[in-house]
Each structure stands twice: as structure tokens, then as C-alpha cells.
Design a protein around this ligand. Structure first.
Ligand code: ADP
Ligand code: X2W
Length: 277
């Protein structure tokens, strides 16, 4: 990890429009001193663009049970439309706080994907589909200007597949690949829940092994993908991953949220004790 490595923050599509001014103030204060890459999702803005994206048929599952959007060229075009709008809004919020920005589509050389799966579960049917979704194979930091204090790269996690087609990826896992490739000290996954819950109890800190165990027995939907992404980031040398909904400096200071670390002790979990006023 180099001293100038960027922090990577992934802002969930569930919550990107709902972050309060104080959250942006905090992010801008962080970015004034240190390089920042913000990777965003788009699940909610896409549903707002067209109701069909809220239908169960919009989501497929691969043979491992991982959820994935059914992505056609028309869906890629819609993703690019909502991402341009979102990146413009994020850019304005940062520019207003003295932080410049560049909007980057991962498919413009930053992110490469391998060949996608061909067989997908659509409801209870296994179907062969040319789904434009690929597993991330490479992130090339040299494809963007070097991250620097006072500036934020806003990344839309699309990728190019081996055939040169623009494909969809999972935004959490893309953020993990970006954090690994840039030598980031930390990855922050900002979402619409305050922490990871296990059996209804908020987790303060959990080792990678325990998180992987829980992922396979208890986590669902978006959290399952976040735990997979967190494990991938730690495997790629990121020191810690924090999941939560609070200002980034609070999450990095481990005052709130759930911290995931590489850990020799597989069973390691500590619980967060909530204070109610
Ligand atoms: N064990 C869990 N702890 C916390 N949240 C969970 C858990 N299992 C599933 N979730 C769900 O994961 C969601 C966050 O993932 P997701 O909807 O993909 O958000 P984002 O758009 O921010 O990536 C939460 O809203 C919550 O409903
Ligand atoms: C392949 C696939 O399903 N990609 C996701 C990428 C966006 C994402 O992950 O957005 P959130 O941050 O809102 O979860 C999708 O198209 O919904």
C-alpha cells in the first residue's frame, strides 16, 4: 500500500439519492486531503426510470445462486443514462464543496471482464441467455489520471468483455477489484442499512472467515454480494472493509458500521452494543 493510494467508497444505488448534506461535507473534507474513488450503483434510479426493472423477471440467478440483472444492449443504454445523471449530481455536490471530479465508465479501459455465464435461472427455469454480464478479470489503474487529493474519480462499474462488448458487473465486487488494483488501504461500502446483522444482532467487527461462513448460510440479496465483495477486497490486499450508512470518517474510525478484516481466527465476531437515547 502506498501513502498516496486512494480510498475507495462504493455508494449503493439503494441510497445514493438519500445521503444528507452532512454526509457530503464529511466526504469532501476527506477528499481534500486524500485521493478518493467513488464507485456507484444504480439499482434504485434504474427502477425509477422504468417500472419493468422492478419486476422479478429483471433479475436472474447464476448456478451459485448469485443475483444478476438480465442485461441487454437496451439495459446497458439505460444504465448509462441514469449513471450520467447520477455522476453529474455527485459531481455538483462535490464541486460545491471544493472537490473536482471526473466521471469514468469502467468500460473505457479501466475494467475488463471475462466471458459471461450462458445458463441462468429465470424464476424456476434454467435458460440459455446472452446476458451482458461478465466476471471482472482486470482493473487497469493507468487508464485514468492518477488519483490525487482535492479530486474524485466517479466510476460507473461497467466493463469490456473479451469480444469488446460493454457489459454489466456487480458494483460491490467492482469496487473491491478497483480497491485492490489501486492498493487502497480501505474500502467503504455505503448502503441503506447501518450494519451487517447476524441473527438480528448488529456486528461491529468480523473476520473474513466468519463473514464467508455467514454469507453462505444466512446472508441474502445485496448483503450476500457485499460479503463476497469484502472477502475479495481483503484477498487483494485491502486492509479493511467497512459496511454501513454513516459518514465515511465515522465508518473509517470504526465508531459505527461493520468492519471486516483478514483474520486468522475464523470464528471472530464482535457485536455492536447500541445506545438508545
Ligand atoms: N444479514 C443482513 N444484514 C444487513 N442487511 C441485509 C442482510 N441480509 C440482507 N440484507 C439486505 O441488504 C440490503 C443492502 O444491499 P443492497 O440492497 O444491494 O444495497 P446497495 O444498493 O446499497 O448495494 C439491505 O437493505 C438489507 O435489506
Ligand atoms: C450484474 C448486476 O446485477 N449489476 C448490478 C450493478 C449495480 C449495482 O450493483 O447497484 P447497487 O449498488 O444498487 O446494488 C445491477 O445492474 O443492478
Amino acid at each position: 500500500m502506498s501513502a498516496g493510494a486512494p480510498l475507495v467508497v462504493k455508494l449503493g444505488g439503494s441510497t445514493a439519492h438519500a445521503m444528507p448534506d452532512a454526509w457530503w461535507d464529511d466526504l469532501a473534507a476527506h477528499a481534500a486531503d486524500r485521493p478518493l474513488i467513488l464507485v456507484h450503483g444504480w439499482s434504485k434510479p434504474l427502477r425509477q426510470l422504468r417500472p419493468q426493472y422492478a419486476l422479478p423477471s429483471a433479475v436472474l440467478r447464476d448456478r451459485y445462486g448469485n443475483q444478476s440483472r438480465w442485461t441487454t444492449p437496451e439495459v446497458i443504454a439505460d444504465i448509462k443514462t441514469v449513471s450520467r445523471t447520477l455522476a453529474g449530481q455527485v459531481g455538483a455536490l462535490l464541486d460545491g464543496r471544493g472537490i473536482g471530479h471526473t466521471h469514468v465508465f469502467g468500460s473505457d479501459g479501466l475494467v475488463a471482464a471475462g466471458a459471461g455465464e450462458r445458463w441462468w435461472w429465470q424464476g424456476k427455469q434454467l435458460v440459455e441467455l446472452d446476458n451482458l454480464v461478465g466476471p471482472i478479470t482486470t482493473v487497469t489503474p493507468g487508464a485514468v489520471t492518477p488519483p490525487r487529493p482535492g479530486h474524485c474519480h466517479v466510476v460507473t462499474p461497467l466493463a469490456l468483455d473479451p469480444a469488446g462488448r460493454e457489459v454489466n458487473t456487480d458494483a460491490d465486487r467492482a469496487a473491491a477489484a478497483v480497491a485492490g488494483a489501486f492498493g487502497s488501504p480501505a474500502l467503504v461500502l455505503v448502503t441503506d442499512v447501518d450494519h451487517l446483522l447476524i441473527d438480528g444482532r448488529p456486528v461491529a467487527r468480523i473476520g473474513a472467515g466468519a463473514a464467508a461462513d455467514f454469507r453462505d448460510r444466512g446472508a441474502t440479496g445485496g448483503m450476500r454480494k457485499k460479503l463476497r465483495a469484502a472477502g475479495e477486497a481483503l484477498d487483494r490486499g485491502v486492509d479493511k472493509v467497512v459496511i454501513g450508512s454513516a459518514p465515511v470518517s465515522e465508518l473509517l474510525a470504526e465508531r459505527v458500521g461493520t468492519v471486516l478484516t483478514r483474520s486468522g481466527r475464523k470464528e471472530q465476531v464482535s457485536w455492536r452494543h447500541l445506545e438508545f437515547s
